[in-house]
Design a protein around this ligand. Structure first.
Ligand code: AN7
Length: 356
């Protein structure tokens, strides 16, 4: 394979040995896209970059962790993997299990997973179990089952997932030649903010970078347990990927926030949709709604005067993580922008619509 996957590229930082079978789909290597439109729109003395994780093999950042988790499960002789998921973890787990010749079982909340993600799990051959319950209930059940049966748990409470996902920080630092000043990221189960913070700290310890970013996490207002300091029994948001009321890595996300001097705040569904539209229409990047929470967070934070207060006009580098691809959730795009009404197959009818 021409492109190195996460394990091959960063193996010195990962818990793998010569004996580990590397199960890869050439994940990682995602682009850091400069968002000059946002810089101008927000009148920012800063460089804003979007790390477009939608370009991973299954269309989300989960692949970075899954390559390590599934490789280790294979090394340990497991024959099946299992996860609870709002969608992306199930898509990734089922693809990597297929690649490894392993079985996959995925438990999802009925009615609250985007169509593309469900299609992925099904076509990769996972046994898909839809429950009448939410993600938090699914995760609890999956933890119990994987404790009792010989099935590897591949949610982000599996430390190998976090290990793989920290490669996102390494790539950002390798591309920028330093760490950013601010790292904006959506927060759901809180594994990714935990992983990125771990990655930045390890790169600093290794002497690769000299600064650390402030970690700026954003939850959806209807599912913001960390912001409000309470479990949400009934989380609700159009950003179904982060519709999570009791994050597994809650404490570690708080540690990332506090050690870095950052914040974890919330954005409303309207703010998420606004950012989602700007990204698609003005920047040409189509991410899924949950991913747009990072950019919605940037806009909100700026409007609160955060940067002006903290940075006295010095040029800063900001990275927003766009965690998943917009094609995962086509229904949302079509709900927001009206589907066109058909016209006759006639040149004049077309020209009229074109405005000529
Ligand atoms: C696009 O797939 O939890 O804070 O089960 O799919 O690490 O949970 C997905 C989470 C952000 C939140 N953006 O990351 C799952 C799942 C997208 C996501 C998150 C998810 P974490």
């Amino acid at each position: 394979m021409s492109i190195k996957g996460v394990i091959e590229r960063y193996k010195e930082y990962l818990p793998v040995t010569e004996k580990t079978p590397i199960i890869t789909l050439c994940e990682g290597n995602t682009p850091l896209v400069r968002a000059d439109f946002l810089e101008k729109m927000l009148n920012l003395k800063a460089k804003v970059y979007l790390k477009f994780e939608g370009q991973n093999p299954t269309g989300s950042f989960k692949d970075r962790g899954m390559t390590v988790a599934v490789s280790k499960a294979k090394e340990e002789g497991m024959q099946a993997v299992m996860c609870a998921s709002t969608g992306n973890t199930s898509a990734s787990a089922s693809a990597y299990a297929a690649r490894a010749g392993m079985k996959s079982f995925v438990v999802i909340p009925e009615g609250n997973i985007a169509l593309g993600k469900l299609a992925q799990a099904l076509i990769h051959g996972a046994t898909v179990i839809a429950i009448n319950g939410n993600f938090d209930e699914a995760l609890k059940l999956v933890r119990e089952i994987t404790d009792e049966y010989p099935v590897a748990l591949v949610n982000s409470i599996n430390p190998y997932r976090i290990e793989g996902q920290k490669s996102g920080s390494f790539e950002i630092c390798d591309d920028l030649g330093c760490a950013p000043d601010y790292h904006f990221i959506p927060v759901g189960n809180a594994g990714n903010i935990t992983a990125y913070w771990k990655g930045y700290k390890e790169y600093k310890d290794a002497g690769k970078i000299s600064n650390l970013p402030k970690m700026m996490g954003f939850q959806a207002a209807g599912a913001c347990p960390i912001v409000e300091g309470r479990i949400f029994e009934h989380p609700e948001t159009i950003a179904t990927a982060i519709r999570i009321g009791n994050p597994a890595s809650w404490k570690m996300a708080e540690a990332a926030r506090d050690e870095s001097g950052g914040m974890i705040d919330k954005v409303t569904d309207d703010e998420i949709v606004e950012a989602y539209k700007i990204l698609a229409k003005k920047i040409g990047v189509f991410c899924e709604p949950a991913s747009a929470a990072s950019v919605a967070g940037l806009i909100k934070t700026l409007n609160l005067g955060y940067f002006n207060k903290e940075d006295n006009g010095k040029e800063i580098k900001i990275v927003c993580i766009l965690t998943g691809h917009g094609l995962k959730d086509p229904d949302r795009a079509i709900k927001i922008i009206e589907r066109p009404q058909p016209v006759d197959a006639d040149k004049n009818a077309i020209l009229k619509i074109m405005g000529y």
